[in-house]
Design a protein around this ligand. Structure first.
Ligand SMILES: [Zn+2]
Length: 345
């Protein structure tokens, strides 16, 4: 590795009491896609080995070199666009190469030591914040399509064979499917940050898949309302105005026909024009996409360093009683309960 250093790739293994399938779950093969790291941690902590038939291998950070340089790929220059052609674009390099570049060697180490043991492969990513969460599988593999559905996310993508050309054939979910495993890629919503609520949803979805396979006890929850990305009927709304976008709806939110999704504010006149939905539907994405928004350099990263500021909190002028008095909301109870035992030794 760079400077002759050895790169450790920590993983969590949970071995169940009973026999069953092996799940390989990895996150952060792209260095700014970090919510999946929390998803793997939550998943590993939620599993009771006594109840598990089979095992979990979880790699919270598949590409530490990229995370450390705060970029999608190791060796990217500031402002360099996201691309499938970069020599360190990890999701084109599977199953890796022991004599290749640093990223190829990491992929090889993960594949040779861990992925090959797995029956099921779940590769966690994050796309931009204004796109819905998405579960992606190879359309021709029934078991993979089923996993994508039982993760229970609102949007599901079935990629046809024609989608995999050239370097796309080095994507982990494609390689794993070709090897005879069932595999999905999952996009959380939003990069450069870690959203605990999304990690919770995706970890719960993976446990639902485990229930479907009999690796966990109990019946799986049947997938609810789901939309097939690009396949189901949808409309793309194009702008004929220029101006600032103020959003009223977000990804995965319902919208009625005629209801406002956003407003466009004219910078000259400050006049606002509502953009209304032409159909009753659910928002998949708000297309406020500049080219390569994911590689724009940002100094906002959920990476704590010693001595860095984590938060500023101002003392309330009135007592914070809103959540305590007269509220029966379950969150209040959970919050109060968790407060007591948290005394550090
Ligand atoms: Zn990614």
């Amino acid at each position: 590795m760079p400077g002759g250093k050895v790169q450790k790739l920590p993983f969590i293994a949970v071995r169940g009491a009973g026999d069953g399938p092996t799940y390989y779950v990895q996150a952060a093969q792209h260095g700014i896609e970090l919510t999946g790291t929390e998803t793997t941690r939550r998943l590993a902590l939620s599993l009771n080995p006594k109840e598990l038939s089979g095992s979990l291998i979880a790699v919270p950070v598949a590409n530490p070199l990229a995370v450390r340089c705060r970029m999608p790929f190791y060796g990217m220059r500031e402002g360099e666009p996201y691309s499938m052609d970069h020599p360190h674009q990890m999701n084109t390099l599977w199953p890796g190469d022991p004599r290749g570049n640093e990223t190829e060697r990491i992929a090889h180490a993960l594949h040779q030591n861990l992925v090959w043991r797995a029956d099921f492969v779940i590769d966690l990513h994050c796309h931009v914040r204004w796109k819905s969460k998405l579960a992606i599988s190879c359309s021709w593999d029934k078991r993979s399509v089923e996993i994508a559905r039982y993760l229970g996310l609102m949007f599901v993508r079935r990629e046809p064979k024609s989608a995999f050309r050239g370097r796309m054939r080095g994507m982990l979910h494609y390689v794993a499917t070709k090897e005879g495993r069932a595999a999905v890629a999952v996009e959380h919503s939003g990069m450069r940050w870690i959203w605990g609520d999304q990690a919770k949803v995706v970890a719960r979805g993976i446990m639902n898949v485990m229930r479907l396979h009999g690796a966990l006890p109990g019946e799986p929850v049947e997938p609810g309302e789901q939309y097939l990305y690009l396949e189901d009927r949808h409309v793309d709304i194009e702008s004929d105005l220029e101006g600032l976008i103020v959003t009223d709806k977000g990804p995965e939110e319902r919208v009625s026909r005629g209801e406002g999704i956003m407003e466009i504010i004219d910078l000259g006149t400050l006049k606002s024009t509502p953009i209304r939905s032409p159909i009753d539907g659910v928002v998949y994405e708000l297309a406020i996409m500049t080219p390569n928004p994911d590689t724009k350099f940002s100094d906002t990263m959920p990476l704590a360093t010693r001595g860095c500021k984590l938060a500023s909190v101002y003392r309330a002028k009135k007592a914070n009683r809103i959540n305590r008095v007269g509220s029966t909301h379950p969150f209040t109870i959970a919050q109060d309960a968790s407060r007591k035992p948290k005394r550090k030794p």
